[in-house]
Design a protein around this ligand. Structure first.
Ligand code: PEP
Ligand code: MN
Length: 332
C-alpha cells in the first residue's frame, strides 16, 4: 500500500504512523510519499486524513510499477532525456574498461563522429578472477572525467563497491550497478541517497521480480532516476555466454514505469551476434542500447571476445537508427 500525504502533514501524526507501521517516508517532488509494507492493508482511522491516494500491491513491485505511475519515468543526463513521452532510444557505447588515454581518446573520437553522446567504460571492474586486469580505478575515473569535458560526452561507469560510489557520482552522468552488484545493499543505499541517474543491471541469476525489488531500494530512498538494464541471464545453454531475455524486456516495459536499456554485448559474449541482437532490441522500442566497442577488440584487457571494433560500431549505429525510426523511435 502506498499513501501520498499532503504537502505539510501533521508531524506528530506522521511520527506515529511511522512508528506503528514501520513506514518508509521520502520526498518525491512536492509531496511526501509514505510507503507501507505490502501486507498492510488498512490503517487506523486517525491516519486516514493523511491519505491522498492508496494503492494495494500484491508484491513488492510498488514505486517502480506501472500501476503506481502509468506514465514512464523520464530520466535526464547531459542534454538527453529518455523515458516519459520522449520516444528516445539512447545509444551507449565504449570499451568494457578504460585501458589508456590513447585507447579511450580513439573511442571518443569515433563516438563524436557517429553522434553517439554517451560513453561507457569501466574504471572499477568487478572481475570473475582476481588474477586478471581489475581496471585502472581512480586513474581511469579521472580519464573519463577528462573525456567527458573534452568531447562533451555523458559518461556511464560502474561502481564495484560502496567505498567509491561518491567518487563515481562526482564524475559520471550515470552510475552503473553491475550484474554482480545488483544485490549489494551498500551500493544500493548509497545510490538511493543521491539523485544521480543509476543504470541497474539485472543479475544473471536474478528474476525480474528481484531486479525491480533492488530498484525499489533506490526509489524508496527518493532517487527517482533509476534505469533497468537486461544483460542476459544464465540458462542451460552454454554456446552463448548468457541468454538475452527479451521476454523479460517485454515484461518490464509492460509492468514497470522505469526506462529499460538492453546490453547485448554481455548477453551474447561473442561479437558476431551483437549487431543482430542490438537491432532486435531496438525493434522492441527500448529506451537504450549498451554496446561494448574497442579500437582493437582482440587486444582488450577485459571482455575481448564480445567487443566490436569501431567500424562495426559505425555500421551498427547507422542500421539501428533505421530500425528505431521504423518503430517510431529516435536514436539519441
Ligand atoms: C560491464 O558492463 O562491463 C559488466 C561487467 O557487465 P555486467 O555487470 O553485466 O557483467
Ligand atoms: Mn564488460
Amino acid at each position: 500500500m502506498i499513501i501520498h500525504t499532503v504537502a505539510n502533514p501533521d508531524p506528530s501524526l506522521m511520527k506515529d504512523l511511522c512508528a506503528q507501521y514501520g513506514a518508509i517516508v521520502f520526498q518525491e517532488r512536492e509531496q511526501q510519499v509514505v510507503v507501507l509494507a505490502s501486507k498492510v492493508r488498512e490503517l487506523e482511522p486517525r491516519f486516514l486524513p493523511l491519505v491522498r491516494e492508496k494503492f494495494v500491491f500484491d508484491d513488492d513491485i510498488q514505486l517502480g510499477s506501472a500501476r503506481y505511475r502509468s506514465k514512464k519515468r523520464e530520466v535526464h543526463f547531459g542534454d538527453i532525456a529518455i523515458g516519459g513521452a520522449t520516444e528516445n532510444t539512447v545509444f551507449i557505447a565504449g570499451p568494457c574498461s578504460v585501458e589508456s588515454r590513447a585507447q579511450i581518446e580513439t573511442v571518443c573520437e569515433r563516438l563524436v563522429k557517429e553522434e553517439i553522446k554517451v560513453l561507457r567504460a569501466g574504471a572499477f571492474k568487478p572481475r570473475t578472477s582476481p588474477y586478471v586486469f581489475q581496471g585502472l580505478g581512480t586513474e581511469g575515473l579521472q580519464l573519463l572525467g577528462e573525456m567527458r569535458q573534452k568531447y562533451n560526452l555523458s559518461v556511464i561507469t560502474e561502481v564495484r563497491d560502496a567505498t567509491h560510489v561518491d567518487a563515481v557520482i562526482e564524475v559520471a552522468d550515470i552510475v552503473q550497478i553491475g550484474a554482480k552488484a545488483m544485490y549489494d545493499h551498500g551500493i544500493l543505499r548509497a545510490c538511493g541517497k543521491s539523485r544521480k541517474p543509476v543504470l541497474l543491471k539485472r543479475g544473471f541469476g536474478s528474476t525480474l521480480q528481484e531486479l525491480v525489488q533492488a530498484a525499489e531500494f533506490m526509489l524508496s530512498s527518493g532517487n527517482e532516476n533509476v534505469i533497468l538494464c537486461e544483460r542476459g541471464i544464465r540458462t542451460f545453454e552454454t554456446k552463448t555466454r548468457f541468454t538475452l531475455d527479451l521476454c523479460g524486456v517485454a515484461y518490464l516495459k509492460e509492468h514497470t514505469n522505469l526506462p529499460v536499456v538492453v546490453d547485448t554485448s554481455h548477453a551474447m559474449g561473442y561479437r558476431y551476434g551483437v549487431p543482430d541482437l542490438t537491432r532486435a532490441a531496438a525493434a522492441m522500442g527500448v529506451d537504450g542500447l549498451l554496446i561494448e566497442s574497442h579500437p582493437t577488440p582482440d587486444k582488450a584487457l577485459s571482455d575481448a571476445a564480445q567487443q566490436i571494433d569501431l567500424d562495426t560500431l559505425s555500421e551498427l549505429v547507422a542500421s539501428v537508427r533505421k530500425v528505431a525510426k521504423a518503430v517510431g523511435r529516435k536514436v539519441v
